[in-house]
Ligand binder design. Structure first.
Ligand code: NAD
Length: 459
């Protein structure tokens, strides 16, 4: 395997110099080829996502396939302007010069992706890598093998190995790839493995984009419309059965409104994800990816209950179908694992608070999250929360939707990630911003050369 990896890597090392000279028209053509291949394989993609995650066709279309079409269309329409060198102002040493920022391709890139949105999270960085004129090796997740296989097939129909190549496999493949001196590594996955990736990148000083996870909080204040808030939170939490990097992880609700929130959440979650009899609806509710994650989430619920938490809603687990019903936990004592690690499942802890400062302190005692959500109708409260917390992204009176706008940077901060993706931000992640000064032929900087006698007036 190592030999194959090395020879593909070597081929890409050579080819990256050809790609550097590609213009916008050529790159747009590649993006169009990719789009056509995705369109041709759309049914296979839906089948793969059904097989890996029991994702319904509608959910798969909205969150994976259509998502990528819009990323592709946006890149195709904007690439010409993204690639144009940007003007910069002048200084004393470049008064007569043209100062420019050139976007040059990083060169050869590695993209490693996770299993939860296995199509979208490999394709979105790939679109950016192609737009920026790079070669890339793709390593999708071994935990979503059907989708990995269709990605490999699509890539093979569009590109030669020396340009873009998908290599399926587990951690051993990732480890072998990470030993190679890539120009850039774009990793999406857990914070723990993000550290492994950054350590490997440090050996070659490869630049990195790390799209990681964390516990994304929701703060609902006393001015919020609880019914609307509960409905939006339930949708964002239970989409893909909670296996979403920016899913609301836990919700902070004013003490006095706890019971009312529980009522609205039950109603909203049942209407969207349960059958009339109260069981999860397999037509629209995903399963947990595998036995290990099913047991991990079940373990978080059991630990909380054993320590005294109350299951306010749901709590059913079905090992045979690897399904966990939408669950709301309340009355959580201190020290439960569900409030320590990223849940990444359909279990929502509800934490009551007395005043906003307490809610803000609860958020700030944890690592900076990937997303933060606020439900409020008070401009003062919204501003106060935003100014006194930090997160990769934030939504006010909604959840998740910031990810779908390619005009916004998507990414984390510190423990939840480094750098950003989507649209121009993704193009920049795969580009080096090169400062280029075009001086005229005459020597305009001579004025600061020695000897310095008589030049103190310049200081
Ligand atoms: P993971 O970190 O376990 O795996 C991600 C990828 O890394 C996979 O391709 C896997 O094969 C590879 N990998 C695993 N162990 C490795 C190792 N020791 N060395 C090198 N490579 C290794 O993550 P996951 O379980 O696939 O995905 C879930 C995590 O990803 C969650 O934490 C979630 O929040 C995060 N996530 C983040 C985003 C984002 O955009 N920020 C999106 C989706 C998921």
């Amino acid at each position: 395997m190592s030999q194959t990896l090395n020879s593909i890597f070597e081929a890409q090392q050579k080819h990256k110099y050809t790609l550097r000279n590609s213009n916008a028209t050529q790159r747009i053509q590649k993006l169009k080829t990719l789009m056509a291949a995705i369109e041709n394989h759309e049914e296979d993609i839906y089948a793969a996502l059904q097989s890996d995650l029991r994702k319904s066709r509608f959910e798969a279309a909205v969150t994976e396939v259509i998502f990528i079409y819009s990323e592709l269309r946006f890149a195709i329409s904007k690439l010409g302007s993204w690639m144009k060198p940007k003007r910069a102002g002048k200084t004393m040493t470049s008064l007569l010069a043209r100062n420019r920022i050139w976007y040059e391709p990083k060169g050869s890139c590695l993209i490693i992706s996770p299993w939860n949105y296995p199509f979208q999270l490999m394709m979105a960085p790939l679109v950016s890598a192609i737009a920026a004129g790079n070669c890339a090796i793709l390593k999708p997740s071994e935990l979503s093998p059907a989708t990995s296989a269709i990605i490999a097939k699509i890539v093979k129909t569009c590109f030669e190995e020396k340009e873009i190549c998908c290599i399926e496999g587990d951690v051993s493949v990732s480890t072998a790839l990470l030993a190679l001196p890539f120009d850039h590594i774009f990793f999406t996955g857990s914070t723990a493995i993000g550290k492994v990736v950054m350590e490997a990148a440090a050996k070659h000083l490869s630049s990195v984009t790390l799209e990681l996870g964390g516990k994304s909080p929701v703060i609902v204040d006393e001015t919020a419309d609880l019914k609307v808030a509960a409905e939006k939170i339930a949708w964002g939490k239970l989409l893909n059965a909670g296996q979403t990097c920016i899913a609301p992880d836990y919700v902070l609700v004013p003490q006095s409104q706890q019971e009312s929130f529980i009522g609205h959440y039950k109603q909203a979650a049942s209407a969207m994800f349960l059958k009339a009899g109260g069981q999860p609806n397999p037509e629209g509710y995903a399963k947990i990816i595998n036995e290990r994650h099913f047991n991990r989430i079940a373990g978080l619920m059991d630990d909380a209950v054993n320590k005294g938490a109350r299951i306010a809603f749901g709590g059913e687990k079905d090992e045979a179908s690897q399904s966990i019903s939408p669950t709301l936990l309340s009355q959580l004592p201190l020290g439960t694992a569900v409030m320590e690690e990223e849940i990444f499942g359909p279990v929502l802890p509800l934490i009551p608070y007395e005043n906003l400062e307490e809610a803000i302190a609860r958020v700030n005692e944890k690592s900076k999250p990937l997303a933060l959500y606020i439900f409020s109708s008070s401009k003062n409260n919204i501003r106060h929360i935003l100014k006194n917390t930090s997160s990769g992204g934030a939504c006010v009176n909604d959840v998740l939707v910031h990810i779908s706008n390619p005009r916004l940077p998507f990414g984390g901060v510190n423990a939840s990630g480094l750098g950003s993706s989507h649209g121009f931000f993704g193009f920049k992640a795969f580009s080096h911003e090169r400062a280029v000064v075009f001086q005229p032929g005459i020597n305009t900087t001579k004025i600061i050369y020695p000897p310095y006698e008589g030049k103190s007036w310049l200081l």
